[in-house]
Design a protein around this ligand. Structure first.
Ligand code: F6R
Length: 234
């Protein structure tokens, strides 16, 4: 694993954009993308650049079940707002949160990934080491699947909704096997709250209790973190 320690999330975002731009200029055509607060500085650099994305395909990690693309809490909405509105791609894939049959949608998503092998996958990381919605204990060998959200996550998310009953109860997300099949992976992490997860990911044992620890087995991973997220590394 290559580890790049930036001063802060602004520099980290600029570094991550440099890396994406270089890979795209070198021929990367299919990008795996993530949502959340971590990639925001990367996307800011991206939309302010002159990089042409009309040849690119993107495949996002996850989406809530039950949210329509125009719902401001949906990951569709997030991607439009932070990247696609300003940088149109040739084709963008995000799991269909409005599906009546998540298991069919998951199989279709696996097919999409098989037909469009991911050249460069972007990841954030949760405080507990989760990647996408693959929480501790999720088997390493699974593909796209539906994840039931825990009571804690539902409660935490309820601040974004008028009513707790409107909070999604599940999400569709790429599995660790899909992520590991990507040719290159960039994981970003900012802030001291991510320090323990970053230490376990890089220096800890490979265990399903720390989903990101599987990345130690991938041949081409770059971790971009700020000083705060790197503070526990040896
Ligand atoms: C987002 C995703 C999540 C986040 C992670 C970190 O598509 O799959 O795994 O990357 O929860 O979230 P932030 O960046 O908000 O700290």
């Amino acid at each position: 694993m290559k580890v790049i320690v930036a001063e802060n999330k602004i520099q980290g975002g600029a570094k991550a954009f440099e890396l994406f731009e270089k890979e795209i200029k070198n021929g990367a055509k299919v990008l795996g993308l993530a949502t959340g607060s971590t990639p925001e500085t990367l996307y800011q650099n991206w939309v302010n650049s002159d990089l042409n994305c009309s040849n690119l395909t993107s495949i996002n990690l996850d989406e809530y079940v039950g949210l329509t693309p125009d719902n401001p809490q949906s990951y569709h909405y997030f991607m439009q707002k932070h990247l696609f509105d300003k940088k149109p791609f040739k084709k963008t894939y995000i799991p269909d949160g409005t599906t009546k049959d998540p298991s069919v949608t998951c199989k279709e998503y696996d097919e999409i990934i098989k037909k469009n092998p991911i050249d460069l996958q972007l990841l954030g990381i949760g405080r507990n080491g989760h990647i996408a919605f693959n929480e501790p204990g999720t088997p390493f060998n699974i593909g796209t699947h539906e994840v039931k959200l825990t009571e804690n996550t539902i409660k935490a998310n309820s601040r974004f909704f008028d009513n707790i009953d409107d909070v999604p109860k599940s999400a569709i997300c790429m599995g660790t096997a899909n992520i590991m099949a990507s040719k290159k992976i960039v994981l970003m992490a900012f802030g001291e709250k991510k320090a323990e997860a970053i230490k376990k990911t890089i220096e800890g044992p490979i265990t399903e209790e720390v989903p990101a620890s599987i990345l130690q087995k991938h041949p081409d991973v770059t971790i971009i973190c700020d000083k705060a997220a790197a503070q526990e590394l040896d």
